[in-house]
Ligand binder design. Sequence first.
Ligand SMILES: Nc1ncnc2c1ncn2[C@@H]1O[C@H](COP(=O)(O)OP(=O)(O)O)[C@@H](O)[C@H]1O
Ligand SMILES: [Mg+2]
Length: 212
Amino acid sequence: MGTFISFEGPDGAGKTSVMNAIQQWLEDRVGADQLLLTREPGGNRISEQIRDVLFDDQNTNMDPRTEALLFAAARRQHIVEDIEPALRAGKIVLSDRYVDSSVAYQGGGRHLGADDIWELNQFAIHGLLPDLTIYLDIESSLGLRRISEHRSDQVNRLDREQLHFHQEVRRAYLTLAKRHPNRIVTVDASQPLAKVITATQRVIEKRLPQLK
Ligand SMILES: Nc1ncnc2c1ncn2[C@@H]1O[C@H](COP(=O)(O)OP(=O)(O)O)[C@@H](O)[C@H]1O
Ligand SMILES: [Mg+2]
């Protein structure tokens, strides 16, 4: 079996930036053919079709539970078509988001309840938890500032809602990290990117000593 590593954290935390660096770093060590870089929701045709429904701007009337079910459905297909075959082939799988995102966003942000969303997802993941989850933790207002630099000092009602939503998401992530101390490693994502990358490499080396 290979190794399954998920990357978590809010938009703006640096998941894409860090994963690109980690991909390069791992490619040099194990070779590109031993790596699968993937993202949720997505990865294959069916999951990408579900992604389109989830992110369609016209679907403003989507019920939060519908949203949670669709994320879980996309996750199931992602596991079966992409993640499990790669793990069976002995690869290292790096996934941009996985089950913790559902717990943080639908459970925390959308107030559906972390425990209910966790339970719902047990049906979808059927036991497949990552060997390691890198949680890029960042104070919510700083994360938001990174994605909308130009509006940082002009906070309107919508921005405040957004900030509150993101604070709920962060709270849920921090609770998850406490509940799963062996799986989830928190990395301080407010540091300069180079430091975040180095910290992430150290965490991965610890789990995969053969990389050193
Ligand atoms: N540690 C960091 N310090 C400063 N800026 C960063 C850092 N990490 C990422 N960024 C910048 O923040 C923005 C969001 O980063 P990104 O990697 O796309 O985050 P995510 O994939 O988690 O949404 C990008 O413009 C990126 O260059
Ligand atoms: Mg990203």
